[in-house]
Design a protein around this ligand. Sequence first.
Ligand code: CAO
Length: 574
Amino acid sequence: MATIEVKVPDIGDFDEVSVIEVLVKAGDKVKAEQSLVTVESDKASMEIPSSAAGTVKELKVKLGDKVKQGSVLIVLEADGAGAVPSPQPSPAGGRGSEASSSASTQAPAVPSPSPASAGEGRGEGVRPQTTEIRVPDIGDFKDVAVIEILVKPGDTIKAEQSLITVESDKASMEIPSSAAGILKELKVKIGDTVNVGDLIGMLEGVGAASPSPQPSPQRGEGASPVAVSAAVSPSPAAGEGRGEGVRTPPTAALPPHEPTAPTANLPHASPSVRKFARELGVPLDEVKGTGPKSRITQEDIQAFTRAVMKGETTTKAVGAKPAAAGGGGEALGLLPWPKVDFAKFGPVERKDMGRIKKISGANLHRNWVMIPHVTNHDDADITDLEAFRVQLNKENEKSGVKLTMLAFLIKACVAALKKFPEFNASLDGDQLVYKQYFNIAFAADTPNGLVVPVIKDADKKGLFQISTEMGELAKKAREGKLGPADMSGACFTISSLGGIGGRYFTPIINAPEVAILGVCKSQMEPVWDGKQFVPKLMLPLSLSWDHRVIDGASAARFNAYLGAILGDFRRTML
Ligand code: CAO
């Protein structure tokens, strides 16, 4: 199997760029074109894709590293078919002599620079009164979206001042003005898609830097590169060398100018983070960045979303609307909460909600809104199990530990989670995290509200130990003494109302878990055994599951398996 060094491709004129995100780790399988790292300069950020498919053997960069063209990013054990083993140095770029005993390859250029002759054939153009500013050569990118407009008509623009930001799914870049002058007209708006040569705006007046708008015959088969070059050319010096076969970097990446005021106010985030924010409708400029140089990370977007969902913060757009009691629904396009003067109808007393209720309420609300819940109801025959439990408790009366039905349910759930691992998983972006430990939480009713302590490593504990720990945790819960460690790390939750009553209910999943079992009060029922009705102690089960992760058939099998175990506990040993 070939070993490939995946290197930073030609990224234009960037001398050194910082690695701001590492998107893979050793052992990961990557596809060709899959992004490996995000790099960022002061003007552009871009994801650098892998040039081949394979398994990451070694990471050669870490967050904060400075890299440049040719820096090795990863060592890849290439899949036969996916590998692109030959290095891609450009003779024009002076790298043609590079050789390596192991196959060495540049990731595809992002953006790939234009061929050599962009500056050729300009001639001595007459300085026009009005200059067209067009999208420069931005390499292989097509139909890039305009995501920010940094200037407005009437602004005085300096040469090299950024005008707009464009973004593909792999890179975002600011497009600078090739000339100085007054912006007469903008020809693009946010959301437009643009390509090389598209008109961005019209400048009037003073010193256009790249005067000739004429197409260059030497440019090759490109559609309209010269207008582009007028927009691109960052400085006479950069234009001059082109005729000598020096590769022209995408000017969008080039300009060494000082950021202008609007640029300085722009939120700092990588393209993938911007995309993520847009998908969620999160206004980036309201998110506080916690990354280096206050860069906004994906976690920042998630934290902002969580805070909005919990009602701890609101977006400016929503905040600007008239306040509504019970707020938050407007963000989802819902009607405002009804505002009623209850005192009009009779005496009332107002009390602040307790801390636990506020916290658990916000969590439940988020989980209810964000998880597509389905609940399957079933019954388990626990006639023999209950008799066994009663007998064990009688035998162990003196020990002071009482075996509860919940302890049996915890053990039964561990067996079912082992058999159906997707129930012991969590969603993390596009990935499922399968947990190989079995921490089971149980809902406990306390005077202050609902809390959910966790029995850790329930698979390694016996029924008596589980019952003992449950008793201790339930006592701590009632006394308000549970610490964060007592309530974290759960894989699956059981909510038992068996000691209280009821038949079935629809428990809300405790994110990031993907399922929860609700249990109600068992009762004797006539059950048909094929010949006759026999009295059986039936336990109602209600399993809520996240339909993004679990299918209905799996949920039915999970419940059936749980029922079989509770019907005959010896099956846990199988
Ligand atoms: N069917 C019939 N009886 C049951 C039963 C069931 N499924 N589960 C428990 N019981 C019985 C017990 O055997 C016990 O009876 P005895 O006192 O005669 O022995 C009695 O009910 C009380 O049990 P319990 O509820 O105190 O104990 P537990 O181990 O079953 O539960 C705990 C402990 C902490 C889970 C429970 O006290 C509790 O807080 N339950 C409420 C959970 C809750 O609020 N869920 C809703 C969350 S969503 O809002």
